[in-house]
Design a binder for this molecule. Structure first.
Ligand code: ZN
Ligand code: MN
Length: 473
């Protein structure tokens, strides 16, 4: 069965202020937790009558950079529209967005789908404001809803693709790459999965498309679309017909549910926004921003392969996040690329994934990682000790020295201490010692294991073996 998927994605930008007023954008506030609701507001973002919006020029420039990174054609002139609807999350009763003429269109992104390159066409990219946040509370009398206007008026970039994905996996890879590119551009908080929200349109065998709404993050998209694919297949197998509709993804239950028959764009009244003037996008501005574009993930990946002679897979891991590619290069300068790449693309990244965080989100300082891996490179720490320390560092957001101290791990400076441990192990394992003397190599491995356990992995297998053999002489 053939499958067609298209995505509409909203990316939260991390600009200092909101799109249409000078209020702080909560997304850009460090720490971000415990911001008192409805404190980052003004008459404009509260939608009070007569309040005049003003476009934040920085956001236009960020969006142009995003459009350039996605190989889009950029409009010469843009204006904003009002998307009219009535809902408590939008007290103006309209959302300021771009409808008739998007900032950019006809873009392209190249995906790497298990080694094969695939092109995804971008239909359009535009700027719009986010509505307020609704917080639904249940109560014995039936529940109520709170509104937090801190988010009202914060900037979003909406990106719409052509229906070019043939699997839910491709949709995930695309979203990961969107996050990655925006991270490299420095206009998005990579540490927050909530900053990326998508609606997915899925159809099978040329049938009607079903829209799955409000899917948060990159992992959920694959789950939601996989579920929807199976659901549609089952409907068709049972002799049913797929109808045009919107469905809601429920991440807790892992199912999609009917919301409403799909609304069309005509259901919203779009009108020109008279409070904002038309904005000319000068060629010279586009050229200037093009020059300011940083090295993007694909370029950096290619450079890593060439410069450090690494495999594509490793380069891919090391460029998945800008912060991780930066710490890799910093560490490589100190201790060489091979050791740095191995540890950062391996145990460090695995530990971050396990803790469901990113390098930027982990708040580890670069100097901690450099110090730890330098200790490893100097052979002060064994593999085992280094790995334990990484885990502790990520878990407690602490430096390498404190993590080592907490674990009681490090370098055994006292040679006599190692000898004592070896003697103890030999005395306690007479049978194995005699077995080894009788020619059984396996018993030596056993003794090595015992010594390593007693030293908590602070000496490596080779040292342990050497010490045992010299003791047994
Ligand atoms: Zn405001
Ligand atoms: Mn939108």
């Amino acid at each position: 069965m053939s499958m067609m998927i298209g995505l509409e994605t909203h990316v939260q930008l991390n600009s200092k202020s909101k799109l249409l007023c000078g209020c702080a954008n909560p997304v850009s506030i460090k720490g971000k937790t415990n911001i008192e609701p409805n404190t980052l507001t003004c008459p404009t973002c509260l939608g009070m009558p007569g309040a005049k919006p003003r476009i934040n020029q920085n956001i236009i420039e960020s969006a142009i950079k995003a459009a350039l990174a996605l190989n889009c054609e950029i409009a010469g002139e843009i204006y904003f529209s009002r998307k009219t609807y009535f809902y408590p999350d939008m007290s103006k009763n309209f959302q300021t967005t771009q409808y008739e003429v998007p900032l950019a269109e006809k873009g392209m992104m190249e995906l790497n789908v298990s080694g094969t390159k695939k092109k995804i066409r971008i239909r359009r990219l535009h700027i719009e404001e986010d509505p307020a946040k609704l917080i639904h509370k249940s109560s014995p009398t039936g529940g109520y809803t709170l509104v937090d206007y801190n988010r009202a008026g914060t900037p979003l970039i909406e990106i719409v693709t052509e229906p070019d994905f043939s699997t839910p996996e491709e949709a995930r890879l695309y979203l990961q790459k969107i996050g990655q590119i925006f991270d490299y551009l420095g206009i998005y908080d990579f540490a927050s999965e909530a900053a990326l929200k998508s609606d997915g349109n899925l159809s099978i065998n040329g049938g009607e498309r079903v829209e799955v709404k409000n899917i948060t993050g990159t992992k959920e998209i694959e789950k939601a679309l996989n579920y929807e694919h199976i659901r549609q297949k089952n409907v068709v197998r049972g002799g049913g017909i797929i109808t045009l509709e919107s469905r809601q993804w429920n991440p807790q239950l892992g199912v999609t549910k009917t919301m409403r028959k799909k609304e069309t764009e005509e259901d919203y009244g779009y009108t020109f926004e008279p409070d904002l003037t038309k904005i000319e996008i000068k060629k010279s501005l586009i050229e200037k921003l093009k020059k300011q574009l940083p090295e993007l993930p694909d370029q950096r990946q290619k450079r890593f392969i060439k410069e450090y002679g690494m495999h594509e897979k490793e380069a891919e891991k090391l460029t998945s996040e800008k912060a991780i590619s930066d710490i890799f290069e910093k560490t490589a300068k100190k201790i060489g690329a091979k050791i740095a790449a191995g540890w950062i693309s391996g145990p460090l990244k695995k530990t971050l994934n396990y803790n469901d965080t990113t390098y930027a989100g982990s708040r580890l300082k670069d100097e901690w990682i450099i110090s730890l891996l330098s200790s490893f490179a100097k052979k002060d720490y064994t593999d085992h000790v280094t790995e334990q320390i990484i885990r502790k560092m990520v878990e407690l957001k602490t430096d390498d020295k404190s993590a080592a101290k907490l674990l009681g791990l490090g370098k055994i400076e006292d040679k006599g201490k190692i000898k004592d441990i070896v003697k103890k192990v030999i005395e306690a394992n007479e049978v194995a010692v005699n077995d080894y003397k009788g020619g059984n190599e396996k018993s030596l491995h056993f003794l090595v294991g015992q010594v390593m356990r007693e030293t908590k992995g602070q000496i490596d297998a080779n040292t342990a073996k050497k010490e045992i053999l010299s003791e047994l002489k």
